[in-house]
Write a protein that binds this ligand. Sequence first.
Ligand code: UDP
Length: 195
Amino acid sequence: RQQVKIMHVPIDQVTLETAFYAFQRFMDGTSCRMIVTPNTEIVMEAQKDPDLLEIMKEADLVIPDGIGLIYASKIQGTGLRERVTGVDLMYRILEYCHENHKKIYLLGGKPGVAALAGQNIRNKFPHIAVAGTQDGYFQREEEGRIVEEINRSGAEILFVALGAPKQEKWIHRHKTLLQVKVAMGVGGSIDIWAG
Ligand code: UDP
């Protein structure tokens, strides 16, 4: 694993394809792996949020989802090659889920949005099972129930769209209990899929 540090945040030196290979390796594992997709704003935010910085350091895959990070890397003379967006990696993962008949779970967005996104994903990728959806406006006390529901759904991949850095903190908080193989923070992607 080759990483480049941008303002103390380690970013993986990946292309869309090598990021996808890392994802595939995670699918062969047994514990929950976390994918984060920082842009420049999140790297800046991590400067004043030590918890967020620690979460980024612990993440299993950190893709450079911001052109500013590529420029910063060029100025430093370190080797981030291209921007890899969360939207694109999510799409590649959905293709894989379709080919391999995988179950996914969508968490986040306003009420009804994740369910609509799930329908649109199923229309495009009919072999994907959307095992469950949950909107992103819940109380802290409900989180245990939500984690249980995700586990009971049998989903192997969890997409979390609570906005950054809320989604990264949420995944990190529940990582040890989550039985999915991969949890990925996807920002506004569930909104995009809802159309
Ligand atoms: N969101 C959510 N719960 C929250 C805050 C945000 O589900 O408590 C959702 C919001 O509905 C949207 C997504 O997170 O679908 C991204 O939100 P935002 O645009 O604020 O995040 P950013 O683009 O800054 O990461």
